[in-house]
Design a protein around this ligand. Structure first.
Ligand SMILES: [Fe+2]
Ligand SMILES: [Fe+2]
Length: 150
């Protein structure tokens, strides 16, 4: 499917609205990947996932793609001072992100799967079960790699 200007406008509107939400603004205070913040990382993942959807001509639920991308790392702690090892963090943070997100936002099944499966294929990670979850999981790895190598 071909994306239209209306699709782009809908993506931007969803992204701006969620990014401006006070609970999402908290992510500006959570450091991530060498001098970045979880807010900046999540916006990059949303943009990258939408870009991949357009390039692959995959029709996606734009609202869910944005919501899952913006909340996939909603674990709300600093990994520099966390009480977990890096390995344990990589295993548990999708579940913690989902728990935190569900206290503040009403999520659908697609959005829950995007958050829970974004670390696939690490051990015990659920499988991405929709196009949006695959796109966010791929975009997350691309953005994390870029952030760690800049
Ligand atoms: Fe993550
Ligand atoms: Fe991430």
């Amino acid at each position: 499917m071909r994306y239209t200007k209306e699709d782009d406008a809908r993506f931007q509107k969803c992204l701006c609205e969620l990014a401006a939400h006070p609970d999402v603004q908290i992510l500006k205070h959570i450091p991530q990947h060498r001098g970045s913040t979880t807010f900046a990382h999540s916006v990059s993942v949303a943009n990258c996932a939408y870009h991949l959807a357009k390039k692959s001509h995959l029709k996606v639920e734009i609202q869910s793609l944005v919501c899952g991308a913006m909340l996939h790392d909603f674990y709300l702690y600093d990994t520099e001072t966390m009480p977990y090892s890096d390995y344990r963090h990589s295993l548990i943070h999708p579940k913690l992100a989902l728990q935190n997100a569900e206290k503040r936002f009403k999520l659908n099944a697609r959005e829950r799967n995007i958050i829970l499966s974004h670390m696939w294929p690490i051990p015990c990670s659920p499988l991405p079960r929709c196009k949006e979850a695959w796109l966010v999981s791929i975009a997350d790895k691309m953005c994390a790699w870029k952030e760690m190598h800049k």
